[in-house]
Design a protein around this ligand. Structure first.
Ligand SMILES: *Cc1c(COP(=O)(O)O)cnc(C)c1O
Length: 365
């Protein structure tokens, strides 16, 4: 049996450090927005070479609060993709803004700059670029577009911790970068968590108030906010995880390289030239995807589809008014994509077994 994912092998690798960090945080008597969160925010900002990181409760809130800090709200339109975790779109809607969903580039599964340009209206105020599967979106084009139209550019980095667009880490190119630390992400907490990074002092200040119901000093509220705080136990875990992030991403890239070298009979993912993909997911394409998924399952190999139904075709989002056929590249991807097993603890042998099974099913050359 080769499961699609498991988290226990990574925990076992670093359990000594994690357990000590958790015990120290528990013993400290301080549980929300304390010294562990402050230290983590400093270290996460330093890792990215930016001035500020602000810990929040989860990745959805990170995107929502980034937008709200940037002044986005009711009456505004925000351009993003339909081919993403529904959370990206839910976060935009939580601000009161309207999500405008544009098609993807078929090679990289990220927002197509031409489609984004075509989606701009008088009401457009922001673009949320999603670095899906661990690969960077076309940031040069999106940044130029955002600058030309005076739009806020936010990066959804929930699947791309440590990934690079050319020489720059994702999350540092737009005004704000939003991260999730959901346990299965490349850098996961032991519960929910999130963060926003920025170089802008005023945006960081707004974020710090927004996450703590607008509080500027104790029981003084300058603006309306919400409760979206990172807790000390998660921050303690994240400090340990951050120290291993590059090494663990390196292992993910190693597994992806094995797949790249040994897979036959299916379309393999292509990383954007000059960028560092961190393979949150390794996503192949196949015209008979459902059959392939079933036959791999029969051979004990777990796979998943990220995501089988694009946001615009979800029952919850019919009112966006985008019917079948409106985003052809997105819809085609949803029919063909399949995510192969890729996690810390997956052995080279198991990755090769996945390749062998696919070669048998799809005919080795
Ligand atoms: C996981 C994820 C989110 C949401 O993060 P949560 O911590 O689950 O709220 C947002 N965008 C993308 C692309 C994600 O993968």
């Amino acid at each position: 049996m080769i499961p699609f994912n498991q988290l226990k092998p990574l925990h076992d690798l670093i359990a000594d450090e994690i357990n000590v960090a958790l015990l120290l945080a528990a013993d400290s008597g301080w549980y929300i927005l304390g010294p562990e969160v402050e230290a983590f925010e400093r270290e996460f900002a330093a890792y990215h070479g930016v001035s500020h990181a602000v810990g929040v409760a989860n990745g959805t809130d990170a995107i929502e609060l980034a937008l709200r800090a940037g002044g986005i709200g009711a009456g505004d339109e925000v351009i993003t993709v339909s081919h993403t975790a529904l959370a990206t779109v839910a976060a935009i809607e939580a601000t009161g803004a309207v999500p405008v969903l544009a098609d993807i580039e078929p090679e990289t599964f990220t927002l197509c700059p031409d489609a984004a340009r075509a989606a701009i209206t008088r009401r457009t105020r922001a673009i949320v670029a999603v670095h899906l599967y661990g690969g960077a979106a076309d940031m040069d084009s999106l940044l130029a577009l955002a600058q030309a139209h005076d739009l806020l550019l936010i990066e959804d980095c929930a699947q791309a911790h440590g990934a690079q667009y050319q020489e720059r880490k994702v999350g540092t190119i737009g005004q704000l970068g939003a991260f999730s630390f959901y346990p299965t992400k490349n850098m996961g907490a032991y519960g929910d968590g999130g963060a926003v990074i920025t170089n802008d002092d005023a945006l960081a200040d707004k974020l710090r108030k927004l996450r703590n119901y607008g509080q500027s000093s104790r029981y003084r509220h300058q603006s309306r906010g919400t409760n979206s705080r990172l807790d000390e136990l998660q921050a303690a875990v994240l400090r340990v995880k951050l120290a291993y992030l590059d090494e663990l991403n390196g292992r993910r890239r190693g597994i992806a390289a094995l797949y790249e070298a040994n897979l036959t009979g299916v379309r393999k993912p292509s990383a954007r030239a000059g960028c560092q993909h961190v393979y949150h997911l390794y996503v192949i394409r196949d015209a008979q995807r459902d059959q392939l998924m079933r036959e791999l399952a029969e051979r004990g190999i777990g796979t998943l589809i990220h995501y089988p139904v694009p946001v615009h075709l979800q029952e919850s989002h019919r009112d966006l008014g985008l019917g079948e056929g409106s985003l052809p590249q997105t819809e085609r991807a949803a029919r063909e994509i399949l995510s192969l097993p890729l996690y810390i603890g997956l052995s080279d042998d198991d990755a090769l077994r996945v390749c062998e099974a696919i070669a048998q099913l799809r005919g080795a050359p």
